[in-house]
Design a protein. Structure first.
Length: 306
């Protein structure tokens, strides 16, 4: 992307610097996700400070980047249709989360895995562009942030982390943020990270005991398609695993509408959403998620109920 160069990041916007760098890292292999990372940064920055001259200048240049991306990818429905874009970002965030979760449960602790947990939490932030987070995604974000901090701090202190969900107490995320701020080179036309010695992460440190996290075995078969770059760590190759394909609900074969079903515009929108989610899941060869969403759409269209 021939991006407009951004001016130095104003201190007021330090909370979005990592979302912007994630956009930079994903520009080539996931431009749709990169676009929404920048859109999230834009919307968040507008809420923080849109009046200070340095902030207005930064936001103006960031808006130029977004307009350039919309022009470049104007034929991509994930950019032009929010429902498709939402499914695309959510599936990519889940892929990152489940890769890290599988590595964690297997006791494979390394920087790539920490970065994947960290990136997943940032991408779930980005989902707020499309509306309020689902309870499941909010839980995933909390867990990913806590895990990234917990594993990072264990490795830093020479301790062996405990795999999988455990009784979670508050962990400081500042070290992870500081390491990420200086982990990758900054290219021309991108944001400059704030000083690693002064950056403070606005990460909750409350107790997350009781968060429900799905088993790592639910990861898509091709997870990960890519592991994060520029970490300096080589991880073991993950071999594709057989997928657990859900059984098709036999009642759908013989289902008949009870009387005359009147579908509302909201019903059609939900059915379309399920079909879009299924299509996006297939991009990652996640047959299980695709089947589940197609069944939901079919049941809704036949019976008028979910």
């Amino acid at each position: 992307m021939a991006a407009t160069a951004l001016p130095p990041l104003p201190p007021q916007f330090k909370s979005i610097q990592h979302h912007l760098r994630t956009a930079q890292e994903l520009d080539k292999r996931e431009p749709v996700v990169a676009y929404y990372c920048r859109l999230y940064a834009m919307q968040t920055g507008m809420k923080i400070d849109s009046k200070t001259p340095e902030c207005r200048k930064f936001l103006s240049k960031l808006m130029d980047q977004l307009e350039a991306m919309k022009k470049q990818f104007g034929d991509n429905e994930a950019i032009t249709q929010e429902i498709v874009g939402s499914a695309h970002v959510e599936n990519y965030a889940l892929k990152m989360f489940l890769y890290a979760d599988n590595e964690d449960r297997a006791g494979q602790f390394h920087k790539n895995m920490i970065k994947s947990f960290y990136t997943a939490s940032l991408l779930i932030d980005v989902l707020t562009v499309f509306g309020e987070l689902s309870e499941e995604n909010a839980q995933h974000r909390k867990y990913a942030r806590w895990k990234a901090a917990y594993i990072h701090n264990c490795l830093k202190n020479g301790e062996t982390p405990q795999p999988g969900p455990i009784g979670m107490e508050g962990e400081s995320f500042a070290d992870v943020e500081r390491e990420e701020a200086g982990s990758s080179s900054v290219h021309s036309g991108t944001t400059q990270p704030t000083s690693s010695s002064t950056y403070e992460a606005n990460i909750p440190t409350s107790n997350y005991t009781g968060i429900h996290i799905p088993p790592g075995a639910h990861a898509p078969a091709n997870t990960p398609a890519e592991v994060p770059h520029n970490t300096g760590v080589t991880s073991n190759t993950i071999q594709p695993a057989p997928q657990n394909i859900p059984l098709v609900d036999p009642s759908l074969y013989s289902a008949q509408s009870a009387g005359e079903v009147r579908l509302t515009p909201e019903d059609f929108a939900r059915a379309q959403k399920y079909c879009k989610y299924a299509g996006s899941a297939l991009q990652y060869e996640d047959v299980s998620t695709a089947v589940q969403n197609l069944q939901k759409a079919l049941k809704l269209l036949i019976t008028g109920r979910e």
